[in-house]
Design a binder for this molecule. Structure first.
Ligand code: ADP
Ligand code: ZN
Length: 432
């Protein structure tokens, strides 16, 4: 059974466990070339940790630190002890390599199985993993978790919608793992192929790996006739299975017996007040081969105050608002792509895809948002389309405080990649 004791543990008990595991993690990390040096320089040993809050005495680890230690600098054991390697998708630059011992793979599979249990999956479910395999952790990570839970698991991989649909129908697939931007595209394809999503055997979708709004989730749910649950993880912390929604769909439970989560002000590095938005910082507590301490994820979120109705006592984080790196500054205003998505996806005429382009108008930076319009609305006359364009532009202005250029484009005209969607394209250097 995967409703683990650790999920309903009392806070004081949990913190005791976290302190014990954090001390152990420091001891392990000290064996790696990178941390042994960092600990020496900062006079750090496991003894300085008495309470969970003492974690603040430890230095942060950044993506650049990991890159500078590529490939082996963070390993606490000889390379020979490892059995698996993954790498981040490289969305924001050079990828980082992550190594797993057999025990690390087991721990990860357990966390994944627990996450799937939390959204209502059981042994009798059949999961089709529609994300890319290879180095991306959403492939094998989800795969082994599903097998651990005892589910029949189909490694379909990304793309090839016709084949995906055939597998789903032939093998009675009840659960999908799919990237949100692909899910919208897939939903439209299912209809194009002549199937009614309501007649498909699926019930549950695990969606994650990229930021998306609640509107997008609801749209996926409606279009596919499915329940969609937010799944959060990152390669540096194993991969998926770090934080997951439960059936309440009210924030993602962080598996706190395996990770310590902190939320900091990205400028000062200090903890924000409870409930405030900041950068998520994560520490591994159960990884033996490549422990990582206070990793700055660059992901922006907040802790959701209070306890979840499901009975799990672990803290919940809100859906990721975006990466600190994705923030756009336009006319002195900070803008996150998810603010834009929130507005766009709330408009009924809007289809599945959009892209935010950064352009130069004369010497001034401007954003141009290309929005796909549903086929049935695109045939409307010019005046109707112009009205819609104005409406979108005005709604965006109210949210982001600057008026973007809005361009309505035809259904399926924005190129769709199989992996994570690239929502922001910088064309400022390009010829217009
Ligand atoms: P990369 O950072 O190169 O994309 P990963 O494949 O390890 O590498 O992806 C981890 C990142 O993906 C996270 O740091 C986060 O930015 C994003 N991500 C993962 N899951 C979610 C989610 N449920 N919601 C929003 N963003 C997510
Ligand atoms: Zn819950």
């Amino acid at each position: 059974m995967y409703f683990h004791d650790a999920e309903t543990i009392e806070r004081t008990e949990l913190e005791k466990l976290q302190v014990e595991r954090l001390k152990n993690t420091i001891g392990l990390a000290a064996k790696s070339p990178y941390y042994s040096e960092v600990f020496k320089q900062n006079d750090i040993s496991a003894d300085i940790i008495k309470t969970v809050d003492d974690i603040q005495k430890l230095p942060f680890t950044t993506k650049d630190d990991l890159r500078s230690q590529y490939p082996h600098g963070l390993l606490s054991r000889p390379v020979d002890d490892f059995v698996r390697l993954h790498a981040s998708s490289g969305t924001t630059g050079t990828p980082t390599a992550v190594f797993y011992t057999q025990k690390d793979l087991d721990t990860w599979a357990d966390l994944m199985a627990r996450s799937m249990y939390a959204v209502g999956m059981r042994k009798s479910d059949v999961l089709q993993n529609m994300s890319g395999y290879g180095l991306f952790t959403g492939g094998l990570g989800i795969h082994y978790g599903s097998e651990r839970l005892g589910c029949l698991t189909i490694p379909a991989g990304a793309g090839n919608t016709k084949r995906q649909i055939k597998l789903i129908r032939d093998f009675n697939v009840t659960a999908l793992h799919i990237i949100p931007s692909f899910a919208l595209y897939f939903a439209a394809k299912v209809r194009e192929e002549g199937f009614d999503p309501a007649d498909m055997p699926w019930k549950i979708a695990l969606i994650g790996a990229e930021p998306h709004t609640d509107h997008t989730r609801r749209k996926i749910e409606e279009m596919l006739c499915i329940k969609a649950y937010n799944s959060y993880g990152l390669s540096e912390m194993n991969g998926p299975g770090v934080a997951f929604e439960c059936t309440e769909q009210d924030g993602m439970h962080v598996w706190e017996d395996a990770y310590i989560a902190e939320i900091i002000n990205p400028e000062t590095g200090e903890h924000v007040k409870e409930g405030e938005i900041g950068e998520l910082v994560m520490t591994t507590l159960t990884r033996e081969g490549m422990p990582i301490i206070r990793y700055r994820t660059r992901d922006l979120t907040r802790f959701i105050p209070g306890q979840c109705k499901c009975g799990r006592t672990s803290r919940r984080i809100d859906r990721i608002m975006g990466r600190a790196d994705d923030m756009l500054i336009l006319k002195g205003v900070n803008i996150y792509p998810m603010q834009i998505e929130k507005i766009i996806m709330g408009i009924p005429e809007v289809g599945q895809n959009y892209v935010i382009e950064l352009i130069k108008e004369g010497f001034i930076d401007q954003i141009r948002i290309k929005v796909e319009i549903k086929e049935e609305f695109f045939v409307e006359d010019m005046r109707v389309l112009q009205g819609l364009q104005k409406l979108i532009s005005a709604k965006l202005r109210d949210e982001i405080l600057v008026t973007p250029r809005v361009e309505l484009v035809q259904h399926n005209s924005i190129p769709k990649t199989e992996g994570k969607a690239q929502r922001v394209v910088d064309l400022r250097g390009a010829e217009e």
